[in-house]
Design a protein around this ligand. Structure first.
Ligand code: NAP
Length: 270
């Protein structure tokens, strides 16, 4: 049996990937700091060896985008190679080019230079940000510094399905795969679709990039993360991130899930 370690295995993508790999008959080891099958903390080198023992392939969700963690990644990959890991699939982000030399860019380079054959997944912004993360409506309002910019939101389940195929097949090594939904929506459009599915009246309110930065800093958000987030959201605002990527079709041989299909599945009351 092939065994996969999923770092970040309790998160939005990792939890869906764990289910898919288990359903396909693979051995799965979910890693996180707080729950799962094995304790793994990027900041605790003692946790690396036990997590990788007997593992064939690993899915990597990093410790965040606030500070450079490329040396830590190199150390983890050295342990993984020593344990015989043959494939590392890294959850990066589309738009990494909006912040050259940022933490994610450096992590990608460390992975490419490392001893383990790699695949990089670069998804667009997740649809699940509207139900599980930064765009969840508060009092019916989604506030974001994106104006009329459009984004081809991707269903995290599609990212997980691509990761499951890449890990399960052992293929796609040395490739960067960009992933997005099938069409770009403005936030006005996305919030309308979400509200329709949820049976709620939601609306979108634009916020300037500077105002967004000030609000995050005032809330104690680390400056490095604020810089990363503004680069990513700035890519939506400018329109530079509105292009559609074909990774889901190429890897899975089917179209990516639309925002509407996702909303009807995950945002409709049971
Ligand atoms: N959201 C988006 O729109 C978007 C778009 C493109 C790319 N991405 C990338 O996707 C990644 C996040 O994936 P996700 O949304 O699936 O994750 P998530 O839901 O934010 O969950 C984070 C996972 O990482 C674990 N974790 C956090 N800190 C850790 C540490 N120091 N050591 C070990 N595990 C740690 C968490 O578990 P514990 O807390 O228990 O440790 C959890 O399992 C980020 O790298 C982000 O840049 C996101």
């Amino acid at each position: 049996m092939t065994t996969f370690l999923i770092i970040g295995g309790t998160g939005k993508v990792g939890s869906r990937l764990a289910r898919l790999l288990r359903d396909a008959g693979h051995g799965v080891r979910i890693a996180s700091r707080t729950s799962g099958d094995v304790r793994f903390d990027w900041r605790d080198a003692e946790s690396y060896g036990p997590a990788f023992a007997g593992v064939d392939g690993v899915f990597l969700v990093g410790p965040g985008s606030a500070t450079d963690w490329s040396d830590t990644l190199s150390a983890v990959l050295a342990v993984a190679a020593g344990e015989g890991v043959r494939h590392a699939v890294f959850l990066s982000a589309r738009g990494v080019e909006f912040l050259p030399d940022g933490a994610v860019d450096r992590a990608e380079r460390a992975l490419m230079a490392g001893p383990v054959p790699w695949t990089i997944l670069r998804p667009s912004h997740f649809a699940q940000n509207f139900t599980e993360a930064m765009f969840v409506p508060e009092d019916g309002v989604v506030v974001a510094p994106v104006a009329a910019g459009a984004e081809p939101f991707i269903d995290a389940f599609d990212i997980a399905a691509v990761a499951a195929e890449v890990l399960g097949s052992g293929g796609w090594t040395g490739e960067i795969i960009e992933l997005s939904g099938p069409a770009a929506l403005t936030f006005d459009e996305a919030v309308a679709v979400l509200g329709e599915a949820a049976g709620q009246s939601y609306r979108f309110v634009d916020e300037g990039l500077d105002a967004h930065r000030e609000r995050l800093l005032a809330a104690g958000t680390p400056e490095g993360y604020v810089t990363w987030r503004l680069a990513m959201l700035g890519g939506i605002r400018s329109g530079d991130d509105s292009y559609v990527s074909d990774g889901v079709q190429r890897v899975l041989g089917r179209p990516a899930t639309s925002f509407q299909q996702w909303a009807e599945r995950e945002a409709t009351p049971a």
